[in-house]
Design a protein around this ligand. Structure first.
Ligand code: AMP
Length: 292
């Protein structure tokens, strides 16, 4: 008999009993090449790949957003089949929430800023569904896009706090040719909105050059830089521009911290988000993903 006194050793022992490694890509479907790069990474690094397609009602705070969310499972199924995914988990109807929940998860750090601030309850819904999915799929590695960097920061905390025996694998953002981050919501943009939306990424690239060339930049200077850049070039309404430590997401940035500069913009029928993450020397940490 073995006596095991720490969590990582216990995890390793259980792992050794299972020969296969499972890579898991949680999605809300309506798949695009941004999702497909996560799948590509998962396939390269695991024996088995599981993708979930589930539009999680708990993480929507406006019922209109939930209703407008694009869905096409047959199309998704074909993409996943072609990409060689082993399993798609597509729970129908109320299979994920058959009974009203008794447990409520609350998050005390990393969500009082960025999307957490403008979408109260969103990340609580995310950690609830992910905890369920992690327990259902039991993956070794989970793949999340850096495009949703706050989600990566929250999942990082979820895995640590609840001792999920799972490795978090952040994947760089896949972009359209003009730099717009791919998103299922881009189909809801009007023509002129789609055209100007590439300026969001341009504003981030531009501020990165500013940061790299300035040894004395301040958080407020960075925020003002991006805001001024955008108000001159886009008609969408800026929800937020922020500059924070990563992954802690605090305004108090020390000189060794990685830094995220993040933007959210409201258009008529879509809210777009984007970010860049820089190391303490101002160099981009996660570049953009190349073609799949
Ligand atoms: P969603 O279906 O929007 O919930 O996204 C599922 C996963 O795909 C999340 O981890 C997202 O961060 C990731 N993702 C969405 N768009 C992109 C993109 N353009 N590049 C890389 N990953 C993405």
């Amino acid at each position: 008999m073995k006596v095991i006194t720490n969590v990582s050793d216990m995890h390793q022992e259980v792992r050794n009993l299972k020969a296969q490694t499972v890579g898991f890509v949680p999605t809300m479907g309506y798949l695009h090449d941004g999702h497909r790069v996560l799948i590509k990474h998962a396939k390269e690094e695991n024996n088995i790949v599981v993708v979930s397609v589930f539009v999680n009602p708990l993480q929507f705070n406006q019922s209109s957003d939930l209703e407008n969310y694009p869905r096409d499972f047959e199309r998704d199924r074909q993409i996943l089949e072609r990409d060689g995914v082993d399993y798609v988990f597509y729970p129908e109807g109320n299979k994920m929430y058959p009974n009203p929940l008794t447990i409520n998860m609350s998050i005390v750090k990393r969500t009082d800023v960025l999307c957490g601030q403008s979408r109260p309850g969103h990340f609580e819904g995310v950690v609830m569904v992910l905890s369920k999915l992690f327990n259902i799929v039991k993956p070794n590695q989970v793949y999340f896009g850096i495009k949703d960097a706050q989600q990566v920061a929250v999942v990082d905390a979820l895995i640590q706090d609840l001792n999920f025996d799972i490795q978090l694998k952040p994947v760089p953002t896949k972009r359209e040719k003009d730099g717009l981050a791919m998103s299922s919501r881009n189909v809801n943009l009007e023509d002129h909105e789609r055209q100007e939306a590439s300026e969001i990424y341009q504003s981030l690239k531009s501020v990165q050059i500013f940061i790299e060339s300035s040894s004395t930049w301040t958080r407020q200077e960075v925020i003002d830089y991006v805001r001024n850049y955008l108000v001159k070039r886009i008609s969408g309404e800026i929800d937020y521009v922020d500059c924070l430590s990563f992954p802690e997401l605090t305004a108090d940035i020390s000189k060794d911290d990685d830094v995220i500069i993040a933007v959210a913009v409201y258009y008529k029928r879509a809210r777009l988000i984007d970010n860049i993450i820089l190391d303490c020397n101002g160099k981009i940490k996660y570049g953009s993903e190349s073609d799949v």
